[in-house]
Structure formats: structure tokens, C-alpha cells
Write a protein that binds this ligand. Structure first.
Ligand code: SF4
Length: 389
């Protein structure tokens, strides 16, 4: 668990994309302008519907998707105004907006900045045009470079790039080229995600027919290692499995809340919420979400209450995905789990294997540990109290 900013996070899911990428597993839809504008109106109604059910003040707002830049700036403004009017959003709340490079005109960038957006997160994915074509992206590398320049010109204090690695057949040198090109643009933040082929996607169907195969694990590991090496040389340090920042101040203030178990409210189709003990999620399908809103009901599809053991497991899983690691005192006070009591031998072994650092009050993964973060978490016995004699 990284050190937690105090306020809750507000996530607003904008489900529209101009076309659906062949690997995409998110709740997304292609829709005309009119439906997109009506979406903004419906999202403001969802804010009214839930306004009394989430008693936390927000200090971050995150427009994610989908492609939030598919909405007009005036629709984003309308949603923000409704959030500020209906929810307890701090006047200086930190705003993040995801955008696709092809949407970043000088005018759009200036309009987002005028709305108060501080972090612009650009879905670049690759600086290799053939990889971009393979991924079904509409932009090319030159457009991504222009988008970064325009973001800089508009004055965003944090410009972040999303990249994808582990494409079938991707060679180390190709990935290093993309990383170097990204680093040369001097972003403040980078997210590097490994390509996952999900069932039900176009890529998933191609894999079923034997037309596409994931990169072998060893090759994936080499690309991940290169990510740390190349970005490290450029002054971008990992703070989470997939996330790198120029300095602690440039970390994603909103996403850090997910890894810290800080409460968050998610609105829009498929969005998840968490209040510290209970999690609930919205209808995923856009039509079903719209229907619920039009009927004046909260579009929640399901929920779960996490008992202390489940909370502890999540806290350890999430904490070991961050370089700040697991805060042992916080784990004990929130979940009643004293990790050292049952795990002395496991901790010593993981430290000796170079996967974990024992900082006394925290257990944190090394870079090698980050690469196997989920397996690290499974090495722990999370039952409460001392081990049986
Ligand atoms: S742009 Fe992103 S959210 Fe939209 S379809 Fe492509 S991968 Fe999915």
C-alpha cells in the first residue's frame, strides 16, 4: 500500500470509441454524436441518483473509458459541473482525462486544460506504425508525437503515455525502440501494459482458430525487464507493476487510490465503486445502463461485501504491486492481520531470493518481485493471529 491521499476518487466511465480495437475487453460502444451527448445528460442524472449514498469527499476526478476525448468539451464540462454541484468534490480536485492521439487538436487540448484537467493520459500504445495497424488503432506514430507536443503547448502539468508490449512476435529491439521514442518525448508518466488476449474479442477468436498466439512467457519477461531498464535510464521509475513516473509527485493520484484501498465512486457503464468494505458495480452494457437511468434507478448490477480476510488478501495483492509495498501497521489495524506472525519464514525466503525488501514497517517488492507480484502475494498466509503451536 502506498501512502494514501486522504480524499476519495471519482471515476467517470465514458464508453465511446470511434471503432473497437481487436483486443479490447472494456465496456465500449460506437455511437453517433447525439447518443454521446445524451450520455452526458444521463451521467449527470446518475450523479443525482447516487449523491446521498456515498458519504466521502473527493479530491480526484478521472475521466476514463472508452475514449473520454470522444465527448465534446462542453459535455465534459456539464458532467463536471454536475459532479461539483451534486457531490463533495474539492475545488482543487486533481482531474485526469484519457484521450486518443487523433482527438488532440490544439483547440481540444486548450479546452480540456481550461476545464482544469491536470493529467492528460494519451493512448499512444506504440511508436511503430505496423504495430499500430495490427492493434487496430486509428492514429499513427507521427500523430502521437504531435499529440504530446500539443499537450505540452496547452500546459498540462502531467502528460502520460500508455504503451502496450508483448504483441505476438514482437522482438525486443522493436519494443526498445518504442520505449526510447516515448522517453525522448519526456513524458511525466508512462503506463506500460502487457497485451492480454481475452476470450470474446476479435483477437480471442483468432487465437481459437490458431491464427494468433501470445508471446511466450520468457519473451514477455525479457520485454518487461527492458521496460525497467530503458525507462530507468530516462529517469522514469516504476512505482507499480505497469506504471512509471518522473517523480513521486507525477504518480497517478487517482489510480494510487485503487492500490491503497481508498474509497472510490465509479459512474457510467461497468464502473466499479468501493467504500472501504463493500464493492459494487454498474451494468456493463450501455443500453442496459441507459435503461436504468431513464427509469430513475441506480444502474447497479451487483455488489459484494469483503470480510476482513478478503480485505487483507486484496490489500496484500495490491500493495505488492507497488514499490511502496504493504504497510504492515495499516494492514493490522484495518484487517486484523499481523503478517509477520505467520510468515517469518516466507518473508526471509522471498528476501533471500531477491524478490522482496523488508523495510521494517513495510514489505516491498524488488523490480524482480514486481514482475511476479501476484505470485508473491500468494506466498503469504493471511489468517489472523499467531500460527498454531
Ligand atoms: S480505444 Fe481503448 S477503449 Fe477504445 S476500443 Fe480501443 S482499446 Fe478499447
Amino acid at each position: 500500500m502506498t501512502s494514501a491521499p486522504d480524499g476519495a476518487g471519482l471515476y467517470l466511465h465514458v464508453p465511446f470509441c470511434s471503432a473497437i480495437c481487436p483486443y479490447c475487453d472494456f465496456a465500449v460502444a460506437v455511437a453517433r454524436r447525439e447518443r454521446r451527448a445524451r450520455f452526458a445528460e444521463r451521467l449527470t442524472r446518475e450523479i443525482e441518483l447516487v449523491r446521498d449514498s456515498f458519504p466521502h469527499a473527493f479530491d480526484t476526478v478521472y475521466f476514463g473509458g472508452g475514449t473520454p476525448s470522444a465527448l465534446e468539451a462542453r459535455d465534459l464540462e456539464r458532467i463536471l459541473d454536475a459532479a461539483r454541484a451534486g457531490l463533495d468534490v474539492a475545488p482543487d480536485a486533481w482531474l485526469t482525462l484519457e484521450a486518443n492521439p487523433e482527438d488532440v487538436t490544439a483547440e481540444a487540448a486548450a479546452a480540456w486544460r481550461a476545464l482544469g484537467v491536470g493529467m492528460l493520459s494519451l493512448g499512444v500504445q506504440s511508436f511503430d506504425d505496423s504495430e499500430l495497424r495490427f492493434l487496430g488503432r486509428r492514429h499513427r506514430a507521427a500523430e502521437a508525437r504531435r499529440a504530446v507536443e500539443r499537450a505540452r503547448a496547452a500546459g498540462f502539468p502531467n502528460v502520460s503515455l500508455d504503451l502496450i508490449f508483448g504483441l505476438p512476435g514482437q522482438e525486443l529491439r522493436a519494443w526498445e525502440r518504442t520505449l526510447r521514442e516515448a522517453a525522448s518525448l519526456e513524458p511525466d508518466h508512462l503506463s506500460c501494459y502487457q497485451l492480454t488476449i481475452h476470450e470474446g474479442t476479435h483477437f480471442g477468436r483468432r487465437r481459437e482458430r490458431g491464427k494468433l498466439a501470445e508471446l511466450p512467457e520468457e519473451a514477455q519477461a525479457a520485454l518487461y525487464e527492458a521496460t525497467h531498464r530503458v525507462l530507468g535510464e530516462a529517469g522514469l521509475t516504476a512505482y507499480e507493476v505497469s506504471n512509471f513516473a518522473r517523480s513521486p509527485a507525477h504518480r497517478s493520484r487517482h489510480n494510487v487510490k485503487y492500490w491503497n484501498h481508498t474509497p472510490y465512486l465509479g459512474l457510467g457503464p461497468s464502473a466499479h465503486s468501493f467504500d472501504g468494505g463493500r464493492r459494487w458495480w454498474n451494468r456493463r452494457d450501455l443500453g442496459a445502463w441507459e435503461e436504468a437511468i431513464d427509469a430513475g434507478t441506480a444502474p447497479v448490477e451487483g455488489s459484494e461485501t469483503l470480510d476482513r480476510e478478503a480485505l487483507a488478501l486484496e490489500a496484500v495483492l495490491l500493495g505488492l504491486r507497488t514499490t511502496d509495498g504493504v504497510d504492515l501497521e495499516r494492514l493490522a489495524s484495518r484487517c486484523g492481520v499481523r503478517l509477520r506472525e505467520r510468515n517469518g519464514a516466507a518473508i526471509a525466503r522471498l528476501v533471500a531470493d531477491g524478490l522482496l525488501v523488508d523495510r521494517g514497517d513495510r514489505l516491498a517488492p524488488t523490480v524482480r518481485g514486481l514482475a511476479v507480484a501476484d505470485a508473491l502475494a500468494r506466498a503469504f498466509d493471511l489468517a489472523q493471529g499467531a500460527p498454531p503451536p
